[in-house]
Write a protein that binds this ligand. Structure first.
Ligand SMILES: C[S@@+](CC[C@H](N)C(=O)[O-])C[C@H]1O[C@@H](n2cnc3c(N)ncnc32)[C@H](O)[C@@H]1O
Length: 220
């Protein structure tokens, strides 16, 4: 079982044993997720309800932060997350996100314990479904307002950062919808532009100069 590692803001992350890459920035796991996915994701989109797709559920930190945000703002949120290689419940139970965020351990663990391929309502505002699938195999039956692209890096997992995957993501978004990623690589931005996204640089989370927001133009 991979042991949790404390990042600079006190929140945990995990090291992927084969890729030797962390699930989050070591400069602060919660700080990074809040910045990239909540501040430049959820807060940039006005749709109510908001339909979010996460690519790579991992520790479920993004899911927990999104639920907290939904409950705080009484905003109806439908959250679909893909994860082909889930961490064990035992590993999840060692992570300190609930205490760091001042929510119950149950509200965090239920994201891991809940059954796959079933829509669960965990609060009056947060509806959650996790799907054991890769992005490459996933067939969405409806469109999303916001996509969290939280894959391991292009160096470690080049098969995630391809024209085919970005084309698929474009098709899964409503016009005006946003895909957000921590990655700021020029080659990734150029690929996103090539498939038809409008690409905007935003300031990065702690330890990183920039991140990327990709918008599906209304004409696409
Ligand atoms: C950087 S981690 C995600 C961190 C996560 N969002 C969190 O809040 O902890 C990348 C995740 O993508 C998953 N993954 C790997 N290959 C994938 C694929 N082809 N499609 C979707 N997810 C994949 C990994 O198993 C891993 O959990």
């Amino acid at each position: 079982m991979p042991a949790p590692i404390r990042t600079h803001d006190g929140s945990h992350t995990l090291l992927h044993p084969q890729l030797l890459e962390h699930y989050h920035s070591i400069h602060g796991a919660i700080a990074e997720s809040m910045h990239v996915f909540i501040e430049y994701g959820v807060m940039e989109v006005s749709a109510i309800p908001i339909h979010i797709l996460e690519i790579g559920m991992g520790t479920a930190l993004n899911a927990l932060l999104t639920r907290i945000e939904a409950d705080k703002n009484c905003r109806q949120t439908y959250y679909t997350t893909l994860e082909p290689f889930p961490i064990s419940n035992q590993t999840a139970s060692t992570l300190n996100y609930a205490s760091q965020l001042n929510v119950s351990h149950h509200d965090f663990m239920i994201l891991h314990h809940s059954s796959w391929e079933t829509m669960h309502t965990f609060s009056p505002f947060f509806h959650f479904i996790k799907i054991k699938s890769t992005i490459q195999q996933y067939n969405a039956d409806s469109k999303f307002n916001l996509i969290y692209f939280d894959a391991f890096s292009p160096d470690k997992m080049p098969e995630m950062w391809t024209e085919d995957v970005f084309e698929k993501i474009l098709q899964m978004l409503h016009p005006g919808g946003i895909m957000v990623t921590y990655c700021a690589k020029g080659s990734v931005r150029r690929l996103l532009m090539r498939v038809g996204f409008e690409v905007i640089k935003k300031p990065g989370p702690p330890g990183k100069r920039e991140m990327t927001l990709a918008i599906k133009k209304n004409s696409n």
